[in-house]
Design a protein around this ligand. Structure first.
Ligand SMILES: Nc1nc2c(c(=O)[nH]1)N[C@@H](CN(C=O)c1ccc(C(=O)N[C@@H](CCC(=O)O)C(=O)O)cc1)CN2
Length: 284
């Protein structure tokens, strides 16, 4: 078997086109959705992702702002900035680019963002709403993966989804989203014994481990859908994921590439969440 490639770039463009129409409608009613991204430090990968967020939001006609702070910023200063953005009525979405320097308590600062401006979906209120299957904000990467499956007509209901990785950004919300769509969900992680035993049962295998190319054809049930969330820059400058793409493609039914799979969807869903935040403000 040779897997069909799920083209994240193309699906992201479709999502973005729909958001563009919604932004036009909002502007017609005097509302310009506003996104502010805070970047602390000078990590090159974070700079790339933030630039992409800025470029895409500008392209959509949103009010786009990137605030860059030195790595030495104190937690107190960062909290003051977030409080200012919470008060700013022209800002619909506030996003703090992760990772943060070690001296800043990530939970503390993420919780300072108003839940109604938390377009990353990381605030405990939005995490709780996801658990209860209520409307809030859904974290962009797992939300994007659901879109990849839907746009590719890959059914979720009744399927066995196995998640490899249990981060707050991807693994945990991913499992909850799939559960809300009636999948049977298994979480695995770095201390799971005999990982293959679980991954080989997966109809939908979502890999977010941060370990380059750790998943091979030996982990995959023939015909399964494999979603690779990992992103690693190799010594030759090329990008690869947590899945050995060549090997996995031999047995998977569908697979996402890196680059051009999940990454572009993260940006697209951020645009959707920002637009949604502005729409909610209008309907209040
Ligand atoms: N506050 C947040 N921080 C981080 C998040 C997040 O969702 N919210 N996710 C990741 C990084 N990330 C977004 O911020 C992100 C990662 C990758 C891509 C992407 O488009 N990747 C491209 C390749 C880009 C490249 O050349 O390096 C691809 O996969 O095709 C977008 C966003 C951690 N931090």
């Amino acid at each position: 078997m040779t897997a069909k490639i799920i083209d994240g770039k193309q699906i992201a463009e479709q999502v973005i086109s729909k958001v563009e129409e919604r932004v036009k409608l909002l502007k017609g009613q005097g509302i310009t959705p506003g996104l502010t991204v805070i970047l602390v430090g000078d990590d090159p990968a974070s700079q790339t992702y933030v630039a992409s967020k800025e470029r895409t939001s500008q392209r959509l006609g949103m009010k786009s702002e990137v605030i860059i702070k030195p790595v030495t910023i104190s937690e107190k200063e960062l909290l003051t900035l977030i409080h200012q953005l919470n008060e700013d009525t022209t800002v619909d979405g506030v996003l703090l680019q992760l990772p943060l320097p070690k001296h800043i308590d990530e939970n503390n600062v993420l919780q300072a963002i108003l839940p109604e401006k938390d377009v990353d979906g990381f605030h405990p209120v939005n995490v709780g709403k996801l658990m209860l299957n209520q409307e809030g904000f859904v974290p962009c990467t797992p939300y994007g993966i659901i879109q990849l499956l839907d746009y590719s007509s890959i059914s979720i209901e009744g399927k066995h989804a196995v998640i490899v990785g249990r981060s707050n950004i991807v693994g945990k919300p991913m499992g909850q989203l799939l559960l809300n769509r009636h999948a049977t969900v298994t979480y695995t992680h770095s201390r799971t014994q005999n990982l293959e035993k679980f991954t080989k049962q997966a109809d939908l295998l979502i890999v977010a481990t941060g370990q380059p190319q750790m998943i091979t054809k030996n982990h995959i049930k023939p015909g399964a859908t494999v979603i690779d969330v990992g992103i690693h820059r190799n010594s030759d400058g090329r990008l690869s994921g947590d899945v050995d793409f060549a090997s996995a493609s031999e047995v998977a039914g569908f697979i996402t590439p890196v680059p051009g799979g999940v990454g572009p969807m993260t940006i697209a869903m951020l645009m959707e969440n920002t637009c949604l935040s502005a729409e909610r403000k209008l309907s209040k």
